[in-house]
Write a protein that binds this ligand. Structure first.
Ligand SMILES: Nc1ncnc2c1ncn2[C@@H]1O[C@H](COP(=O)(O)OP(=O)(O)OP(=O)(O)O)[C@@H](O)[C@H]1O
Ligand SMILES: O=P(O)(O)OC[C@H]1O[C@H](OP(=O)(O)OP(=O)(O)O)[C@H](O)[C@@H]1O
Length: 220
């Protein structure tokens, strides 16, 4: 780590649904930077006074930056964190981005029980999570990795089921799908690089405490 790296705290924020929620939360504990916008073409936004650098990253890349120490800390959905299976610390549940991972199937093709789907195709953005889940049920499956609009899978005959996240259930309903198995809850998490957490412990620990205070206040 260079002297500058040691002075600064680098924070990876994911583009997409969590970006402004994360930005607003950090602002509440005084962590902000001018021109910090999701669509900024400048990808590193620095606040020299506060010794903070924000990195604007693709969602799935946030755990990669943090694992390799390119960012000291980051914000990421628990779903993406579980899928990435990286050797990083999960420090805090940030409370926003709540959803859950589940398995769904077409309503009109529902089979009697979960294990009746063994050896069928499942479309998902989360093949590792899905595999862990089906293995725990003793089910072998064929995994089809998709990058979005997962609900299309069964409609176009690509798969018999999906494993995806659900929030309101609207997307499932609109596509005549029904949840048949709950897998895990998810929400945004604060994560940290293992070495950074030790080397910058005081700063990161203070940040955790400040964020925690704000989150508790929000829930009152
Ligand atoms: N409908 C939703 N309701 C609540 N939280 C959600 C919802 N969809 C996603 N999330 C949470 O927000 C995170 C980011 O979702 P978002 O859709 O912005 O990213 P993404 O689709 O993974 O990114 P990309 O579009 O680059 O693939 C998810 O990993 C999940 O934790
Ligand atoms: O239960 P709901 O409130 O309908 O939310 C669930 C939807 O949100 C996410 O999709 P996203 O908007 O991220 O689009 P994507 O399919 O392109 O990833 C997820 O993959 C579901 O499709």
């Amino acid at each position: 780590m260079t002297a500058e790296d040691m002075q600064y705290l680098t924070i990876a924020l994911p583009k997409g649904k969590l970006f402004y929620l994360a930005k607003d939360l950090f602002a509440k504990v005084g962590y902000s930077a001018e021109n910090l916008e999701e669509k900024s073409r400048k990808l590193v936004i620095t606040n020299d006074e506060l010794k903070i650098k924000f990195i604007i990253a693709k969602t799935a890349d946030v755990p990669v930056y943090v694992e390799h120490g390119a960012a000291d800390i980051g914000v990421i959905g628990k779903d993406v964190l579980m899928e990435s299976d990286k050797d990083i610390y999960e420090l805090l549940d940030l409370g926003f981005g709540r959803c859950h991972l589940m398995m769904a199937v077409p309503k009109d093709k529902k089979r009697a029980k979960l294990t009746d789907y063994a050896h069928t195709r499942v479309a998902t953005k989360f093949p590792h999570i899905a595999k862990k889940f089906f293995n725990s049920k003793g089910m072998q499956m064929e995994y089809i990795k998709m990058n979005g609009s997962i609900e299309l899978g069964p409609i176009v005959g690509l798969s018999e089921s999906i494993v995806d996240i659900v929030e309101t259930g609207t997307t499932l309903r609109e596509n005549n799908l029904e949840e048949i198995a709950f897998i895990a809850d998810a929400s945004a998490r604060l994560i940290a690089n293992r070495a950074s957490f030790k080397l910058k412990f005081n700063r990161i620990n203070k940040l955790i405490q400040d964020l925690d205070t704000v989150l508790k206040g929000d829930n009152e």
